[in-house]
Design a protein around this ligand. Structure first.
Ligand SMILES: O=c1ccn([C@@H]2O[C@H](COP(=O)(O)OP(=O)(O)O[C@H]3O[C@H](CO)[C@@H](O)[C@H](O)[C@H]3O)[C@@H](O)[C@H]2O)c(=O)[nH]1
Length: 463
Protein backbone atom coordinates (compact mmCIF):
# COMPACT_ATOMS: atom_id res chain seq x y z
CA UNK A 1 0.00 0.00 0.00
CA UNK A 2 1.34 3.46 -0.89
CA UNK A 3 1.66 5.78 2.10
CA UNK A 4 -0.09 9.16 1.89
CA UNK A 5 2.05 11.88 0.28
CA UNK A 6 4.10 14.00 2.67
CA UNK A 7 5.23 16.40 -0.03
CA UNK A 8 2.84 19.01 -1.39
CA UNK A 9 3.74 21.06 -4.45
CA UNK A 10 1.96 24.07 -5.90
CA UNK A 11 2.12 24.57 -9.69
CA UNK A 12 1.13 27.77 -11.46
CA UNK A 13 1.66 27.84 -15.25
CA UNK A 14 1.32 31.01 -17.33
CA UNK A 15 -2.00 31.50 -19.14
CA UNK A 16 -0.96 30.12 -22.48
CA UNK A 17 -1.32 26.62 -23.89
CA UNK A 18 2.39 26.30 -24.69
CA UNK A 19 3.21 26.99 -21.04
CA UNK A 20 0.42 24.89 -19.49
CA UNK A 21 0.66 21.64 -21.50
CA UNK A 22 4.24 20.78 -20.42
CA UNK A 23 3.32 21.57 -16.80
CA UNK A 24 0.54 18.95 -16.97
CA UNK A 25 3.17 16.38 -17.89
CA UNK A 26 5.54 17.65 -15.24
CA UNK A 27 2.67 17.18 -12.77
CA UNK A 28 2.37 13.55 -13.86
CA UNK A 29 6.09 13.03 -13.30
CA UNK A 30 5.68 14.37 -9.77
CA UNK A 31 2.57 12.29 -9.08
CA UNK A 32 4.60 9.17 -9.92
CA UNK A 33 6.74 10.06 -6.92
CA UNK A 34 3.80 10.07 -4.52
CA UNK A 35 3.55 13.84 -4.21
CA UNK A 36 0.31 15.76 -3.79
CA UNK A 37 -0.24 18.62 -6.20
CA UNK A 38 -2.35 21.73 -6.39
CA UNK A 39 -2.39 23.61 -9.68
CA UNK A 40 -3.55 27.20 -10.18
CA UNK A 41 -5.28 28.71 -13.17
CA UNK A 42 -8.10 31.13 -14.03
CA UNK A 43 -11.82 30.42 -14.55
CA UNK A 44 -11.79 30.52 -18.37
CA UNK A 45 -8.81 28.14 -18.48
CA UNK A 46 -10.28 25.72 -15.96
CA UNK A 47 -12.12 23.47 -18.46
CA UNK A 48 -8.88 22.93 -20.41
CA UNK A 49 -7.08 22.08 -17.15
CA UNK A 50 -9.83 19.72 -15.93
CA UNK A 51 -10.00 17.91 -19.28
CA UNK A 52 -6.24 17.60 -19.59
CA UNK A 53 -5.81 16.38 -16.02
CA UNK A 54 -8.94 14.20 -15.81
CA UNK A 55 -6.79 11.07 -15.33
CA UNK A 56 -5.18 12.51 -12.17
CA UNK A 57 -6.22 13.51 -8.64
CA UNK A 58 -4.61 16.94 -8.90
CA UNK A 59 -6.50 19.76 -7.15
CA UNK A 60 -7.26 22.66 -9.48
CA UNK A 61 -7.84 26.13 -8.03
CA UNK A 62 -8.97 28.97 -10.22
CA UNK A 63 -8.48 32.57 -9.21
CA UNK A 64 -10.00 35.51 -11.09
CA UNK A 65 -8.16 36.95 -14.07
CA UNK A 66 -8.03 40.77 -13.88
CA UNK A 67 -10.86 42.55 -15.70
CA UNK A 68 -10.93 45.80 -17.70
CA UNK A 69 -7.35 45.60 -18.94
CA UNK A 70 -6.93 48.07 -21.76
CA UNK A 71 -6.85 46.32 -25.12
CA UNK A 72 -7.69 42.87 -23.75
CA UNK A 73 -11.18 41.75 -24.82
CA UNK A 74 -13.36 40.59 -21.89
CA UNK A 75 -13.13 36.85 -21.30
CA UNK A 76 -9.68 36.46 -22.88
CA UNK A 77 -7.56 34.63 -20.33
CA UNK A 78 -5.10 32.77 -22.56
CA UNK A 79 -2.58 34.13 -25.07
CA UNK A 80 -3.92 31.97 -27.91
CA UNK A 81 -7.20 33.92 -27.65
CA UNK A 82 -5.54 37.35 -27.93
CA UNK A 83 -6.50 39.15 -31.16
CA UNK A 84 -2.78 39.84 -31.67
CA UNK A 85 0.43 38.98 -29.83
CA UNK A 86 1.17 42.72 -29.70
CA UNK A 87 -1.20 42.61 -26.69
CA UNK A 88 1.12 40.27 -24.83
CA UNK A 89 2.73 43.00 -22.63
CA UNK A 90 -0.53 44.31 -21.09
CA UNK A 91 -1.87 40.75 -20.81
CA UNK A 92 1.24 39.49 -19.01
CA UNK A 93 1.49 42.60 -16.84
CA UNK A 94 -2.14 42.21 -15.74
CA UNK A 95 -1.39 38.85 -14.08
CA UNK A 96 0.24 40.80 -11.21
CA UNK A 97 -3.21 41.83 -10.04
CA UNK A 98 -3.90 38.17 -9.26
CA UNK A 99 -1.46 38.30 -6.38
CA UNK A 100 -3.94 38.94 -3.49
CA UNK A 101 -6.16 36.05 -4.64
CA UNK A 102 -3.15 33.79 -5.09
CA UNK A 103 -1.86 34.55 -1.60
CA UNK A 104 -5.27 34.07 -0.02
CA UNK A 105 -5.58 30.64 -1.63
CA UNK A 106 -1.96 29.76 -0.84
CA UNK A 107 -2.46 30.47 2.85
CA UNK A 108 -5.29 27.95 2.97
CA UNK A 109 -3.06 25.30 1.38
CA UNK A 110 -0.13 25.45 3.79
CA UNK A 111 2.08 23.58 4.37
CA UNK A 112 3.53 23.64 0.86
CA UNK A 113 6.94 22.00 0.29
CA UNK A 114 7.80 24.09 -2.75
CA UNK A 115 6.17 25.84 -5.67
CA UNK A 116 6.87 25.77 -9.40
CA UNK A 117 5.54 28.89 -11.07
CA UNK A 118 5.97 30.23 -14.54
CA UNK A 119 8.94 32.51 -15.15
CA UNK A 120 6.45 35.04 -16.57
CA UNK A 121 4.69 35.08 -13.18
CA UNK A 122 7.72 36.65 -11.51
CA UNK A 123 5.52 38.29 -8.87
CA UNK A 124 4.83 34.84 -7.36
CA UNK A 125 8.35 35.01 -5.85
CA UNK A 126 7.08 37.64 -3.40
CA UNK A 127 4.17 35.40 -2.43
CA UNK A 128 6.52 32.45 -2.01
CA UNK A 129 8.82 34.49 0.22
CA UNK A 130 5.89 35.75 2.28
CA UNK A 131 5.00 32.17 3.25
CA UNK A 132 8.59 30.89 3.34
CA UNK A 133 8.04 28.55 0.37
CA UNK A 134 10.96 27.89 -2.05
CA UNK A 135 10.04 28.90 -5.61
CA UNK A 136 11.30 27.24 -8.78
CA UNK A 137 10.73 29.07 -12.07
CA UNK A 138 9.79 27.44 -15.36
CA UNK A 139 9.76 29.28 -18.73
CA UNK A 140 9.38 26.48 -21.23
CA UNK A 141 12.69 27.40 -22.90
CA UNK A 142 15.76 25.23 -23.40
CA UNK A 143 19.25 25.97 -22.02
CA UNK A 144 20.72 26.61 -25.52
CA UNK A 145 18.58 29.71 -26.12
CA UNK A 146 19.10 30.87 -22.53
CA UNK A 147 22.90 30.54 -22.73
CA UNK A 148 23.17 32.25 -26.13
CA UNK A 149 20.95 35.10 -24.94
CA UNK A 150 23.07 35.62 -21.81
CA UNK A 151 26.28 35.62 -23.84
CA UNK A 152 25.14 37.69 -26.85
CA UNK A 153 22.86 40.27 -25.22
CA UNK A 154 25.63 42.60 -23.98
CA UNK A 155 27.06 43.01 -27.49
CA UNK A 156 23.83 43.07 -29.55
CA UNK A 157 23.78 46.88 -29.56
CA UNK A 158 27.25 47.00 -31.14
CA UNK A 159 26.32 44.87 -34.15
CA UNK A 160 25.94 47.11 -37.19
CA UNK A 161 22.92 45.62 -38.95
CA UNK A 162 20.10 43.21 -38.11
CA UNK A 163 21.35 40.55 -40.53
CA UNK A 164 25.11 40.83 -40.04
CA UNK A 165 26.40 37.52 -38.61
CA UNK A 166 28.44 37.89 -35.42
CA UNK A 167 30.31 35.38 -33.30
CA UNK A 168 28.70 34.71 -29.90
CA UNK A 169 31.36 35.79 -27.36
CA UNK A 170 31.45 32.65 -25.18
CA UNK A 171 30.67 30.24 -28.02
CA UNK A 172 33.15 30.99 -30.85
CA UNK A 173 31.72 28.22 -33.07
CA UNK A 174 28.28 29.85 -33.15
CA UNK A 175 27.28 32.74 -35.38
CA UNK A 176 23.99 34.57 -34.91
CA UNK A 177 22.40 37.73 -36.20
CA UNK A 178 20.54 40.41 -34.25
CA UNK A 179 17.40 39.18 -36.01
CA UNK A 180 17.72 35.89 -34.14
CA UNK A 181 16.54 37.78 -31.06
CA UNK A 182 13.09 39.02 -30.24
CA UNK A 183 12.41 42.60 -31.31
CA UNK A 184 12.37 43.88 -27.72
CA UNK A 185 16.00 42.87 -27.25
CA UNK A 186 17.57 43.84 -30.53
CA UNK A 187 17.12 47.58 -30.09
CA UNK A 188 20.37 49.45 -29.41
CA UNK A 189 18.99 50.49 -26.04
CA UNK A 190 16.22 48.03 -25.24
CA UNK A 191 13.31 49.58 -23.37
CA UNK A 192 9.50 49.56 -23.21
CA UNK A 193 6.87 47.52 -21.36
CA UNK A 194 7.75 44.16 -22.93
CA UNK A 195 11.44 44.57 -22.13
CA UNK A 196 10.71 45.73 -18.57
CA UNK A 197 8.36 42.80 -18.06
CA UNK A 198 10.97 40.26 -19.15
CA UNK A 199 13.70 41.90 -17.07
CA UNK A 200 11.49 41.81 -13.94
CA UNK A 201 10.81 38.13 -14.64
CA UNK A 202 14.53 37.42 -15.09
CA UNK A 203 15.40 39.20 -11.83
CA UNK A 204 12.72 37.27 -9.93
CA UNK A 205 14.05 34.03 -11.42
CA UNK A 206 17.61 34.89 -10.37
CA UNK A 207 16.39 35.21 -6.78
CA UNK A 208 14.45 31.94 -6.87
CA UNK A 209 15.56 28.52 -5.66
CA UNK A 210 16.02 27.05 -9.12
CA UNK A 211 15.08 27.04 -12.79
CA UNK A 212 13.43 23.96 -14.30
CA UNK A 213 14.24 23.08 -17.90
CA UNK A 214 12.08 20.86 -20.09
CA UNK A 215 15.10 19.23 -21.68
CA UNK A 216 17.71 16.62 -20.81
CA UNK A 217 21.33 17.13 -19.87
CA UNK A 218 22.86 15.04 -22.66
CA UNK A 219 21.17 17.20 -25.31
CA UNK A 220 22.72 20.48 -24.26
CA UNK A 221 25.23 19.84 -21.49
CA UNK A 222 27.57 22.64 -22.65
CA UNK A 223 24.80 25.20 -22.38
CA UNK A 224 23.40 23.90 -19.08
CA UNK A 225 26.89 23.97 -17.56
CA UNK A 226 27.44 27.48 -18.93
CA UNK A 227 24.18 28.76 -17.38
CA UNK A 228 25.07 27.14 -14.07
CA UNK A 229 28.55 28.64 -14.14
CA UNK A 230 27.67 32.21 -14.93
CA UNK A 231 24.12 32.80 -13.81
CA UNK A 232 21.82 31.89 -10.97
CA UNK A 233 19.73 30.10 -9.85
CA UNK A 234 20.72 26.52 -10.60
CA UNK A 235 19.18 25.07 -13.78
CA UNK A 236 17.69 21.61 -13.39
CA UNK A 237 17.17 19.60 -16.60
CA UNK A 238 14.33 17.24 -15.76
CA UNK A 239 12.63 16.65 -19.12
CA UNK A 240 11.43 16.00 -21.68
CA UNK A 241 8.15 16.23 -19.83
CA UNK A 242 6.17 14.94 -22.81
CA UNK A 243 7.91 11.57 -22.43
CA UNK A 244 6.11 11.16 -19.09
CA UNK A 245 3.05 9.91 -20.97
CA UNK A 246 2.85 7.42 -23.81
CA UNK A 247 1.33 9.24 -26.81
CA UNK A 248 -1.25 6.47 -27.21
CA UNK A 249 -2.16 6.24 -23.52
CA UNK A 250 -5.87 6.72 -22.92
CA UNK A 251 -6.62 6.58 -26.64
CA UNK A 252 -7.76 2.96 -26.47
CA UNK A 253 -10.87 3.80 -24.40
CA UNK A 254 -12.16 6.55 -26.68
CA UNK A 255 -15.29 5.80 -28.69
CA UNK A 256 -14.04 7.04 -32.02
CA UNK A 257 -10.75 8.24 -33.48
CA UNK A 258 -10.67 11.90 -34.54
CA UNK A 259 -11.16 12.30 -38.29
CA UNK A 260 -7.58 13.53 -38.83
CA UNK A 261 -6.19 10.33 -37.25
CA UNK A 262 -8.44 8.23 -39.48
CA UNK A 263 -7.11 10.23 -42.42
CA UNK A 264 -3.52 9.52 -41.31
CA UNK A 265 -4.41 5.82 -40.96
CA UNK A 266 -5.58 5.92 -44.59
CA UNK A 267 -2.30 7.52 -45.68
CA UNK A 268 -0.35 4.84 -43.84
CA UNK A 269 -2.36 2.09 -45.53
CA UNK A 270 -1.47 3.61 -48.90
CA UNK A 271 2.20 3.73 -47.88
CA UNK A 272 2.32 7.52 -48.05
CA UNK A 273 4.61 9.69 -45.89
CA UNK A 274 2.90 12.75 -44.43
CA UNK A 275 4.34 16.15 -43.59
CA UNK A 276 2.74 17.59 -40.44
CA UNK A 277 2.43 21.39 -40.63
CA UNK A 278 1.68 23.44 -37.50
CA UNK A 279 2.86 26.72 -36.05
CA UNK A 280 1.87 26.46 -32.38
CA UNK A 281 -0.70 28.45 -30.52
CA UNK A 282 0.43 32.05 -30.89
CA UNK A 283 2.00 32.84 -34.26
CA UNK A 284 0.43 35.76 -36.17
CA UNK A 285 0.59 34.74 -39.85
CA UNK A 286 -0.37 37.23 -42.59
CA UNK A 287 -2.81 36.42 -45.39
CA UNK A 288 0.04 36.87 -47.92
CA UNK A 289 2.14 34.35 -46.04
CA UNK A 290 -0.76 31.89 -45.85
CA UNK A 291 -1.13 32.16 -49.64
CA UNK A 292 2.52 31.25 -50.17
CA UNK A 293 2.15 28.26 -47.83
CA UNK A 294 -0.76 26.92 -49.87
CA UNK A 295 1.19 27.29 -53.12
CA UNK A 296 4.35 25.80 -51.62
CA UNK A 297 2.48 22.80 -50.25
CA UNK A 298 0.65 22.28 -53.53
CA UNK A 299 3.82 22.50 -55.63
CA UNK A 300 5.81 20.23 -53.33
CA UNK A 301 3.42 17.39 -54.18
CA UNK A 302 3.90 15.81 -50.74
CA UNK A 303 1.06 14.55 -48.56
CA UNK A 304 0.40 16.86 -45.62
CA UNK A 305 -1.76 17.49 -42.57
CA UNK A 306 -1.92 21.22 -41.85
CA UNK A 307 -3.34 22.55 -38.59
CA UNK A 308 -4.37 26.19 -38.85
CA UNK A 309 -5.43 28.35 -35.91
CA UNK A 310 -8.08 30.20 -37.85
CA UNK A 311 -10.02 29.44 -40.98
CA UNK A 312 -8.04 30.02 -44.18
CA UNK A 313 -11.16 30.41 -46.35
CA UNK A 314 -9.87 33.83 -47.43
CA UNK A 315 -6.87 32.25 -49.17
CA UNK A 316 -8.35 28.87 -49.87
CA UNK A 317 -9.50 29.36 -53.47
CA UNK A 318 -10.26 25.71 -54.10
CA UNK A 319 -6.89 24.80 -52.59
CA UNK A 320 -8.36 22.06 -50.38
CA UNK A 321 -10.22 20.66 -53.34
CA UNK A 322 -7.12 20.55 -55.53
CA UNK A 323 -5.05 18.73 -52.90
CA UNK A 324 -7.86 16.61 -51.52
CA UNK A 325 -6.23 13.27 -52.24
CA UNK A 326 -3.06 14.10 -50.41
CA UNK A 327 -3.68 17.07 -48.10
CA UNK A 328 -5.89 17.76 -45.11
CA UNK A 329 -6.42 21.16 -43.47
CA UNK A 330 -7.73 21.08 -39.89
CA UNK A 331 -8.94 24.04 -37.85
CA UNK A 332 -9.80 22.17 -34.63
CA UNK A 333 -7.53 21.59 -31.63
CA UNK A 334 -5.61 18.39 -32.35
CA UNK A 335 -3.58 15.98 -30.28
CA UNK A 336 -0.22 17.01 -31.71
CA UNK A 337 1.68 14.26 -29.93
CA UNK A 338 -0.60 11.58 -31.30
CA UNK A 339 -0.08 13.03 -34.79
CA UNK A 340 3.71 13.14 -34.42
CA UNK A 341 3.79 9.55 -33.21
CA UNK A 342 1.61 8.31 -36.10
CA UNK A 343 3.49 5.94 -38.37
CA UNK A 344 2.68 7.98 -41.49
CA UNK A 345 4.19 11.27 -40.22
CA UNK A 346 7.76 11.60 -41.47
CA UNK A 347 8.39 15.33 -41.23
CA UNK A 348 7.24 18.39 -39.26
CA UNK A 349 7.12 21.91 -40.70
CA UNK A 350 7.26 23.78 -37.41
CA UNK A 351 7.63 27.27 -35.95
CA UNK A 352 10.08 25.71 -33.45
CA UNK A 353 8.21 26.51 -30.23
CA UNK A 354 10.24 24.49 -27.76
CA UNK A 355 7.36 22.11 -26.99
CA UNK A 356 6.97 21.27 -30.65
CA UNK A 357 10.71 20.67 -31.02
CA UNK A 358 10.99 18.40 -27.99
CA UNK A 359 7.79 16.54 -28.95
CA UNK A 360 9.19 15.99 -32.45
CA UNK A 361 12.45 14.72 -30.96
CA UNK A 362 10.59 12.25 -28.75
CA UNK A 363 8.56 11.08 -31.78
CA UNK A 364 11.82 10.89 -33.81
CA UNK A 365 10.45 13.09 -36.58
CA UNK A 366 12.85 15.50 -38.39
CA UNK A 367 11.91 19.18 -38.54
CA UNK A 368 11.67 21.79 -41.25
CA UNK A 369 12.28 24.91 -39.18
CA UNK A 370 10.34 28.12 -39.74
CA UNK A 371 10.76 30.27 -36.63
CA UNK A 372 8.37 33.18 -36.19
CA UNK A 373 8.62 34.86 -32.78
CA UNK A 374 9.88 34.72 -29.20
CA UNK A 375 12.98 32.48 -28.82
CA UNK A 376 12.01 30.32 -31.82
CA UNK A 377 14.87 31.61 -34.02
CA UNK A 378 17.39 30.34 -31.50
CA UNK A 379 15.53 27.02 -31.29
CA UNK A 380 15.70 26.79 -35.09
CA UNK A 381 19.48 27.37 -34.97
CA UNK A 382 19.70 24.54 -32.48
CA UNK A 383 17.58 22.20 -34.62
CA UNK A 384 19.48 22.85 -37.86
CA UNK A 385 23.03 23.85 -36.87
CA UNK A 386 23.62 22.40 -33.41
CA UNK A 387 21.85 19.04 -33.15
CA UNK A 388 21.24 18.75 -36.90
CA UNK A 389 17.82 17.15 -36.85
CA UNK A 390 16.33 19.16 -39.69
CA UNK A 391 16.45 21.73 -42.45
CA UNK A 392 15.27 25.31 -42.67
CA UNK A 393 12.83 27.11 -44.94
CA UNK A 394 14.43 29.72 -47.23
CA UNK A 395 13.41 33.34 -46.86
CA UNK A 396 13.37 35.47 -50.01
CA UNK A 397 15.91 38.02 -48.73
CA UNK A 398 18.15 35.65 -46.75
CA UNK A 399 17.23 37.33 -43.44
CA UNK A 400 16.07 34.91 -40.75
CA UNK A 401 12.92 37.02 -40.42
CA UNK A 402 12.30 37.43 -44.15
CA UNK A 403 9.12 36.62 -46.04
CA UNK A 404 8.94 33.02 -47.28
CA UNK A 405 7.79 32.60 -50.87
CA UNK A 406 6.35 29.34 -52.19
CA UNK A 407 9.69 28.26 -53.69
CA UNK A 408 11.41 28.81 -50.32
CA UNK A 409 9.04 26.16 -48.99
CA UNK A 410 8.68 23.80 -51.90
CA UNK A 411 12.37 22.93 -52.17
CA UNK A 412 13.09 22.31 -48.47
CA UNK A 413 9.79 20.41 -48.08
CA UNK A 414 10.92 18.00 -50.80
CA UNK A 415 14.36 17.93 -49.19
CA UNK A 416 12.89 16.97 -45.85
CA UNK A 417 10.46 14.37 -47.16
CA UNK A 418 12.43 12.86 -50.02
CA UNK A 419 15.98 14.18 -50.22
CA UNK A 420 19.27 12.48 -49.43
CA UNK A 421 20.06 15.57 -47.37
CA UNK A 422 17.56 14.54 -44.77
CA UNK A 423 18.87 11.02 -44.20
CA UNK A 424 21.45 12.31 -41.76
CA UNK A 425 18.81 14.37 -39.91
CA UNK A 426 16.52 11.35 -39.76
CA UNK A 427 19.33 9.27 -38.26
CA UNK A 428 20.22 11.99 -35.76
CA UNK A 429 16.64 12.54 -34.58
CA UNK A 430 16.29 8.79 -33.95
CA UNK A 431 19.43 8.74 -31.79
CA UNK A 432 18.48 11.89 -29.90
CA UNK A 433 14.90 10.69 -29.49
CA UNK A 434 16.12 7.45 -27.86
CA UNK A 435 18.41 9.43 -25.55
CA UNK A 436 15.50 11.74 -24.62
CA UNK A 437 13.31 8.85 -23.58
CA UNK A 438 16.17 7.18 -21.70
CA UNK A 439 16.84 10.39 -19.75
CA UNK A 440 13.42 10.17 -18.16
CA UNK A 441 13.52 6.44 -17.40
CA UNK A 442 14.54 5.17 -13.96
CA UNK A 443 18.27 5.87 -13.58
CA UNK A 444 18.34 8.38 -16.47
CA UNK A 445 19.81 11.88 -16.04
CA UNK A 446 16.46 13.68 -15.77
CA UNK A 447 15.02 11.01 -13.48
CA UNK A 448 18.01 11.44 -11.19
CA UNK A 449 17.93 15.24 -11.29
CA UNK A 450 14.26 15.31 -10.31
CA UNK A 451 14.92 12.87 -7.45
CA UNK A 452 17.82 15.01 -6.22
CA UNK A 453 15.71 18.14 -6.36
CA UNK A 454 12.87 16.56 -4.38
CA UNK A 455 15.22 15.08 -1.78
CA UNK A 456 17.08 18.39 -1.44
CA UNK A 457 13.90 20.41 -0.97
CA UNK A 458 12.05 17.99 1.26
CA UNK A 459 15.07 17.58 3.57
CA UNK A 460 14.86 21.27 4.44
CA UNK A 461 11.08 21.43 4.24
CA UNK A 462 9.44 18.66 6.30
CA UNK A 463 5.69 19.21 6.12
O1 LIG B 1 -3.94 21.96 -31.96
C1 LIG B 1 -2.97 21.94 -31.18
C2 LIG B 1 -2.03 22.99 -31.07
C3 LIG B 1 -0.99 22.87 -30.19
N1 LIG B 1 -0.88 21.76 -29.40
C4 LIG B 1 0.20 21.68 -28.39
O2 LIG B 1 0.45 22.99 -27.92
C5 LIG B 1 1.81 23.14 -27.58
C6 LIG B 1 2.37 24.31 -28.36
O3 LIG B 1 3.62 24.65 -27.84
P1 LIG B 1 4.82 25.22 -28.73
O4 LIG B 1 5.09 24.31 -29.84
O5 LIG B 1 5.97 25.49 -27.83
O6 LIG B 1 4.24 26.52 -29.38
P2 LIG B 1 3.64 27.89 -28.74
O7 LIG B 1 2.36 27.65 -28.11
O8 LIG B 1 3.68 28.88 -29.82
O9 LIG B 1 4.76 28.19 -27.64
C7 LIG B 1 5.09 29.31 -26.87
O10 LIG B 1 5.72 28.78 -25.70
C8 LIG B 1 6.89 27.98 -25.95
C9 LIG B 1 7.36 27.45 -24.61
O11 LIG B 1 7.72 28.50 -23.77
C10 LIG B 1 7.96 28.81 -26.65
O12 LIG B 1 9.07 27.99 -26.96
C11 LIG B 1 7.37 29.38 -27.94
O13 LIG B 1 8.34 30.20 -28.56
C12 LIG B 1 6.11 30.19 -27.61
O14 LIG B 1 5.53 30.70 -28.80
C13 LIG B 1 2.50 21.84 -27.93
O15 LIG B 1 2.57 21.05 -26.75
C14 LIG B 1 1.53 21.18 -28.91
O16 LIG B 1 1.59 19.77 -28.88
C15 LIG B 1 -1.77 20.73 -29.51
O17 LIG B 1 -1.65 19.71 -28.82
N2 LIG B 1 -2.79 20.87 -30.39
Amino acid sequence: MTSPPTIHIVLFPFMSKGHSIPVFDLARLLLNRNISITIFTTPANRPFFSDSLSDTNIDIIDIPFPQNIQGIPPGVESTDKLPSMSLFPPFAHATMFMKPHFEQALESLLPVTFMITDGFLGWTLDSANKFGIPRLAYYGMNAFSGALSISAMPILGTVVSDDEPFVVPDFPCIKLTRNDFDIHFREREPKGPAFDFVMDAVIATSKSYGLLINSFYELESVYVDYCNRISSPKSWCIGPFCAAVEPQKGKLERLEKPSYIKWLDGMLEQGKSVLYVAFGTQADISIEQYKEITIGLEKSEVSFLWVVRKSIDEVNNEFENRVKNRGLVVTEWVDQREILSHGSVQGFLSHCGWNSVIESICAKVPILAWPMMAEQHLNARMVVEEIKIGLRVETCDGSVRGFVKCEGLEKPIRGLMEGEKCNEARKKVKEIGEAAIDALKEGGSSWQALNELIVELSATRQV
